[in-house]
Design a protein around this ligand. Structure first.
Ligand SMILES: Cc1cc2nc3c(=O)[nH]c(=O)nc-3n(C[C@H](O)[C@H](O)[C@H](O)COP(=O)(O)O)c2cc1C
Length: 351
């Protein structure tokens, strides 16, 4: 299949593996790229040295294009970008808002840039900065989400910008790919569906919890890190939802301390990041402190397999997924079904 996305990135199929902290490392990214899609390393939860190793390992596992996803507000964002350029990573994608000077540096070096957006005005803004494509994620998606559903966001964004739009939030099969193309997108990105593959490094016990979830098995909560976050509904999440504000702040402080230990970030640097986050986001100190919850709680589930204590970001689509194919099997099945759907739709026309 040829779309503006496959042409832009030089991939066989218009299927992107969305970045997932502690989940999409070299193994998953390379398996996706080897299967003809675009794999991505999620770097927000990695140190710079870990990212360097991850790029090297991914390049060793695949000769196909892959991407690195990063946060423009990371204190070492400029160094990460220098690394991406030096290692000739074909694609850089931004988890949240990019910065125009970072986009310009990447573009000057010939790196394809993709920005994540949740609203039309964000897409218009980053398109004006020169990004090559956007991933627009609807409200049914996993992780941080907006309120507008995919079925409304994608047609709106696709009509607003001239660059390729990659649709995300709720995709899992070939029918969804065809629907996204019909809405004007050039491809799809999937997180939860790629987490639930045999190539994903997540412990099996965690995958089983996702597989058991129904369509009503997720909830959007602000209690994790202050902004809307779609996660599997577990006893721990129910406690977070019910807990008082003071309890939440105490837990956030403990997690901030643990994150400091895990990431090697000093208190001075954490306070500096917190100040910047407050300035950029308008969040209160309580919410800034809560932001440290996400990496610690996500890691507890995705790396340590603690389904009781950890946080499992998830799209609503978990409720429709019941198997663990390899990335190659998954992408092949999606493309076969997309072809059959296109044929079926063509058959609807009156001759
Ligand atoms: C377990 C998990 C972890 C995620 N971690 C990140 C992350 O670190 N950075 C990010 O920008 N998005 C993250 N996301 C969001 C995904 O990139 C993507 O937007 C989302 O999964 C798309 O919706 P879907 O799950 O319905 O396919 C995460 C999603 C999941 C399910």
């Amino acid at each position: 299949m040829r779309t503006a996305l496959t042409e832009l990135v030089g991939i066989r199929y218009p299927v992107v593996q969305a970045a997932m902290g502690y989940v999409s490392g070299p193994r998953l990214a390379a398996a996706t790229s080897n299967a003809g899609g675009l794999g991505q390393i999620a770097s927000a939860t990695m140190t710079l040295a870990e990212l360097e190793d991850a790029i090297e390992e991914t390049a060793g596992r695949t000769a196909a294009p892959f991407g690195v996803n990063l946060r423009a507000d990371a204190p070492d964002a400029a160094m990460r970008i220098r690394l991406i350029i030096a290692r000739r990573v074909p694609v850089a994608s931004f988890a949240q808002a990019p910065k125009p000077e970072l986009v310009a540096a990447l573009k000057d070096a010939g790196v394809i840039t993709i920005a994540s957006v949740g609203a039309r005005r964000h897409a218009e803004k980053v398109a004006a900065w020169g990004v090559d494509a956007v991933i627009a994620t609807g409200g049914e998606g996993g992780g941080h989400v907006g309120a507008v559903p995919t079925s409304l966001l994608i047609p709106q964004v696709a009509a607003a910008v001239d660059i390729p739009v990659i649709a995300a939030g709720g995709f899992f099969d070939g029918r969804g790919l065809v629907a996204a193309l019909a809405w004007g997108a050039a491809g799809i990105a999937m997180g939860t569906r790629f987490l639930l593959t045999s190539d994903s490094p997540v412990p099996d016990a965690v995958k089983q919890v996702y597989l058991a979830a129904g369509l009503d098995g997720t909830v959007v909560t602000r209690r994790v890190d202050g902004v809307p976050h779609r996660v599997l509904r577990t006893t721990m999440v129910d406690h977070l939802q019910e807990g008082g504000r003071m309890g939440g702040l105490m837990r956030s402080a403990r997690n901030a301390a643990r994150f400091r230990g895990l990431s090697g970030t000093g208190w001075r640097e954490m306070i500096r990041q917190g100040r910047e986050m407050r300035r950029d986001s308008g969040l209160g100190w309580g919410q800034v402190l809560m932001a440290a919850n996400t990496p610690v709680l996500l890691r507890a589930a995705m790396v340590d397999g603690r389904t009781d204590l950890g946080l499992m970001s998830s799209g609503q689509v978990a409720g429709l997924i019941g198997d663990l194919p390899s990335c190659a099997q998954l992408i092949e099945a999606i493309m076969t079904e997309a072809g059959a759907s296109l044929d079926r739709l063509a058959g609807l026309r009156k001759t």
